[in-house]
Ligand binder design. Structure first.
Ligand SMILES: [Zn+2]
Length: 778
């Protein structure tokens, strides 16, 4: 860095451009990759003038049998064909068939046995749970049987005559199925069994045959449900009657329409109070009341009725073990209720946090996307899970039995509630095709979750979002990395690929590429355009560009269509100053440069080793050059300089005498992803200056570029990505001159000192333990 080079100014300049194959250019516009715009979806990324979507409304009667753990139901689906196409058959999703005995999910799951295996893992291998839908009847509205064909998790119903554009039809289906035990079989839906009081907690979803989506993008989206690619669903209105043991409490999608027949007058009073309470949740069923109910089992039943408008799905939770609290939230003109249902095992965490986190989530997400439009937002505690449905979600985060909990449990619980409640926006309202594109809901939701977490608590330990957190994944073996734009079932490293990487990419757009103002407007525009509609990836990509005026094709191409990573290096930097030709200045500098050079070791040694040279012995051999000082300014030098200056224009002289330091810095793109180059210059006086170069610097050569920077001040070091915003995977090549980073290593004596019993306690337990010790010592 400190080596100065002098440049001589010439008239005229040549520039060389590296050529790259156009087909591989990282700035090539996304054309073939995206669907051609049409009357349904515009080139701006908005719904087109002929945009349509189907509507499927449901009236469902459900009975939950607490003794047999079965769900039995009958439903009437009213399906409106808003498409311009006649439909000779309809496709219905039978998601529970993923757990049917002939399900292909088990067959296509790859596995192998090693030298060790847990009992649970072996038991799950042997598990032969019979969980599929048993259909009783499929008929039209008048009860006439309809011809149907079941293909695993999908069912085709052949209509007697095609459903014409604009026409509506009704279908009735009856069914039952065995509910899965989550602890043994897993699952988004299922029950948890509490052995100590022989009670169940049900979180029930995908419990009814659901209409598949038909549109101009996929035709029928009837891709099988294999387990990873979630759900693709049509909007509609729901009326659901749920019959459960009379002592159960039920939480569900929608508004409870018969509170007077299922709640006690005391519960109704508390429920009413919650509707005008905005700070502290009102407890509607207390822990004492729930514990009292655990002791007996009511043999009578009650039917809870719910109605929900413009939702894509319906789910519910039921148990006699539920504690229930609620409070109101102001969102625009709406005042939805934030509510939580949890067994006593969730306390003290759940009573303190859940409902407040729900309230914060819908407020924060509403600010970043659209106002939360539904009447309730519910968080249900269910061990070790996070799963979302419209207005209701099932969340883990359970304290230890002694009521203490680790910091990790606390933040995992808050994080999962924010995430799952956040799913109300993506994909429940901004209703993307989950079966095909996991990132469209998980990625956008994880990004918005990050914004929400940071607004919950300053310095919140968010797991995903900031660029530097994705580095380990991005620099990993590409064999185990898939691009974001991939079918949901083929994703490798699910969490990093579909949650972490898109969330990071959006953060980089917001903080680095677009800036907060342009990004926030475009993101909100996407949410507004596609609320209660079915967006595709192209609609998202196009809207973000359309609303911001930023060409992001290179960004989508690199971050969403490839597995490249970011690694930009400074490979060289050279320092220049102009040769002013002013003898007073230049001769002094030349002298200083010469004198500052180290002395050759032979010369140093010769000073003493050679006792006397020839010319010291015989000075008569000396001539002009023995006393000539090349750095002395003579009259002729000054005369020549004046002549040179007189030929220059005033502007030329200004440049010549500007006294700037020029630096040519060479950058190399080692990772492949083109990204903005953020350069931090540190000057001799200790000050710094950051230069932000857009990614387009790589547009002609995406492998290496050079760029000249100039300052009055002298630069002593140059660094890349000083604010950790680009996910650069290797910082050892980010500095010029290269810098060493300090790492620590630990010394140990033997294992006994490595893991003391005390270290296994969580900080809450350690604090208690410590208090006890102090007491004993007194
Ligand atoms: Zn999610």
């Amino acid at each position: 860095m400190r080596k100065l080079l002098i440049i001589t100014l010439l008239l005229g300049a040549t520039q060389l451009f590296a050529q790259d194959n156009y087909n591989h250019n990282k700035f090539k516009q996304l054309k073939q990759e995206l669907a051609t715009p049409n009357v349904y979806r515009t080139a701006s990324g908005a719904p087109g003038h002929k945009y349509y979507q189907q509507k499927a409304s449901y009236v469902i009667d459900i009975t939950l049998d607490d003794a047999k753990q079965t769900v039995t139901g009958k439903e009437t689906i009213t399906y409106k064909n808003n498409s311009p196409d006649a439909l000779p058959y309809l496709w219905i999703q039978l998601d529970q068939n993923v757990r049917a005995q002939d399900s292909e999910t088990k067959l296509i799951k790859t596995n192998a046995i090693g030298s060790k295996m847990s009992f649970d893992a072996l038991a799950s291998l042997h598990n032969n749970f019979d969980g599929g839908f048993k259909l009783d009847a499929v008929t039209d509205a008048s009860g006439k049987e309809l011809k149907y064909t079941i293909n695993k998790t999908m069912m085709r119903i052949d209509l007697p005559k095609a459903l014409m554009p604009g026409a509506t039809t009704s279908i009735k289906i009856g069914w039952w199925y065995n509910v899965n035990n989550r602890d043994e079989i897993g699952g988004r839906s299922g029950y948890e069994y509490f052995k100590e009081d022989d009670n169940y907690l049900y979180t029930i979803a995908q419990f009814y045959p659901r209409m598949a989506v038909y549109n101009e993008v996929e035709g029928w989206q009837n891709k099988q449900f294999l387990g990873n690619g979630e759900f693709t669903l049509t909007f509609g209105d729901y009326k659901v009657n749920i019959t459960v043991p009379a002592d159960h409490i039920v939480g569900a999608t929608g508004t409870l329409t018969n509170a007077s027949s299922v709640l006690t007058s005391e519960q109704r009073k508390r429920f009413k109070k919650a509707q005008s309470e905005y700070v502290t949740p009102v407890i509607i069923v207390t822990q004492e009341e729930a514990e009292q109910k655990e002791k007996t089992k009511d043999t009578k039943t009650k039917t809870w009725s719910f109605s929900a408008t413009n939702v894509r799905d319906f789910a519910f939770a039921s148990s006699r073990r539920f504690i229930w609290d609620a409070m109101a939230v102001k969102v625009g003109d709406n005042t939805p209720l934030a509510m939580s249902y949890y067994p006593k095992e969730g306390n003290p965490l759940w009573e303190q946090y859940s409902t407040k986190v729900v309230a914060h989530t819908i407020t924060s997400y509403s600010n970043h996307t659209i106002d939360y439009p539904y009447p309730v937002a519910i968080s249900v505690h269910s061990k070790s899970i996070g799963m979302e449905y419209p207005m209701i979600c099932f969340n883990g985060g359970r304290p230890n039995e002694d009521g203490t909990y680790s910091e990790r449990t606390k933040y995992a619980m808050i994080g999962v509630i924010i995430h799952e409640v956040g799913h109300n926006f993506f994909p429940m309202i901004i209703n993307s095709d989950e079966r095909q594109w996991t990132w469209m809901d998980e990625g956008l939701n994880t990004f918005t979750q990050y914004l929400c977490e940071q607004e919950w608590e300053r310095g919140y330990p968010s797991k995903r979002g900031p660029a530097y957190k994705i580095v380990d994944y991005m620099k990993g073996d590409k064999k185990y990395i898939s691009p974001i734009m991939i079918n949901s079932e083929s994703i490798m490293q699910f969490g990093n690929n579909a949650y972490g990487k898109p969330a990071t990419a959006l953060n980089i757009l917001r903080e680095t590429v677009m800036g907060r103002e342009l990004f926030d407007f475009a993101y909100k525009t996407y949410a507004e355009r596609w609320k209660f509609k079915h967006p595709t990836p192209a609609d998202f990509f196009r809207t973000m560009e359309d609303a911001s005026g930023v060409d992001l094709d290179w960004f989508w191409r690199g971050w969403f269509f490839t597995t490249d990573h970011v690694d930009i290096a400074i490979t060289n930097a050279k320092w220049f100053k102009i040769d002013t030709k002013n003898p007073d200045v230049e001769k002094a500098i030349t002298k200083e440069m010469k004198e500052s050079k180290p002395e050759f070791i032979g010369d140093t040694r010769n000073k003493t080793a050679i006792k006397e040279t020839y010319d010291e012995r015989d000075p008569s051999i000396n001539d002009f050059y023995d006393t000539y000082d090349p750095y002395q300014v003579i009259a002729l030098d000054k005369h020549e300089y004046q002549k040179y200056i007189s030929k220059l224009t005033e502007a030329d002289v200004k440049l010549l005498e500007g006294d700037y330091n020029y630096y040519t810095v060479d950058f190399k793109n080692l990772g492949g992803l083109v990204m903005p180059v953020i350069v931090n210059f540190t000057f001799k006086d200790g000050t710094t200056e950051v230069v932000r170069i857009p990614a387009e610097i790589w547009k002609k050569n995406d492998k290496e570029v050079s760029k000249v920077f100039f300052f009055k001040k002298e630069v002593i070091s140059i660094g890349l990505d000083p604010f950790l915003e680009t996910a650069d995977v290797d910082f050892s090549n980010n500095n010029w001159p290269p810098q060493m980073e300090l790492s620590k290593f630990k010394l140990y004596k033997n294992k006994k000192y490595g893991w003391g019993a005390g270290e296994k306690e969580n900080p809450m337990q350690r604090a208690k333990h410590s208090e006890e010790l102090e007491k004993e010592e007194k």
